[in-house]
Design a protein around this ligand. Sequence first.
Ligand code: PLP
Length: 375
Amino acid sequence: MTAPIYMDYNATAPIRTSVIDVVTDAMRVVGNPSSVHAAGRSARKLVEEARAKVAALAGCRTRDVTFCSGGTEANNAVIRGAGAASVIISAIEHDSALAAAKLAGVPVFVCGVDRDGVISQDQLRTLLAESPAPALVSVMLANNETGVIQPIQEIVQIAHECGARLHTDAVQAAGKINIDFNELGADYLTLSSHKVGGSQGVGAIITAPTAPLAPLIAGGGQELGRRSGTENVAGIAGFGVAALEAVDDLGEASRIAAMRDRFEVAVSDHTNTACIISRGAPRTPNTSCVAMPGVKGETQVMHFDLNGICLSSGSACSSGKVKVSHVLSAMGYDEETANASIRVSLGRMTQDSDIDALITAWKSLYDRTADRPLA
Ligand code: PLP
């Protein structure tokens, strides 16, 4: 049996062989990084080397990197720990950010996006004027479903003019576009290891020197008191290597974008009834969100799976129920279109022949089913 073609990098990227090697070696290192003896110092060295590599990926100072258990924790830590009097959050954030805002214990205001999924700066200004100060504005750098990149520098400027701080979830931007925390001017930035080819269950919070962060997890005071708990040394060491290689991957961006564009051109040449979401907006090079009218996303996912291709539907499935994508809904798509979308997310191992298979499978499903509701 041939290995499936993996096109779900935004869900998780295949772990890098180098990461497996480093994680395996790190697991053999005895020692708690907080111990002062030689064994402890060996573990500490691994953590600090990784911190420098993650800082290089994010374009920040090494000491501003706090390790944690992943993007979900990082978003919770910032949104609940920034000490803001209100939270202004974009409607298209990841569930981890939206759920954290509800738990922040302060008023929450949701900022809308346009049809392309780009945040409304006018609405942001209005919300900033109305919300209790100081506010925390949370807007992701790149969206997981559409790949749309937000103009974070402009958003930072608007937020700062009103005395607000800005958090950007860069989980889906890392390794796909260049990230420079200092240049962005953000106060907080969050990352996840498994989206850049590291292992799952590791992440990082980047904080500007003046940005407060009340710890979400209290205890022994690790990570400068910002995140207690003995560090996941092996996972962090792997994150470091993944971060380093993710920076090199940026050189692959044009090759990946060309493959993504070839798929989209093949779709639009085949039919004008399919909808390529956010095609006109700045996007990460690897992501394509396409609705095939009349064909449910889950049906499409099953069809591609039967054809040996792993990808996701725009709608999410939780507790046995299919939930309409809040991202596409916020962009103004009706429920039927939102439910008929798939997300193709490519990565460093994607080859041209994979795109050929994707196009063939997409066309065969379209020709059989499009515009005819499926059971
Ligand atoms: N933020 C975004 C934009 C994501 O896409 C994800 C994961 O899909 C997360 C946060 C959560 O990251 P993790 O899986 O590391 O908890």
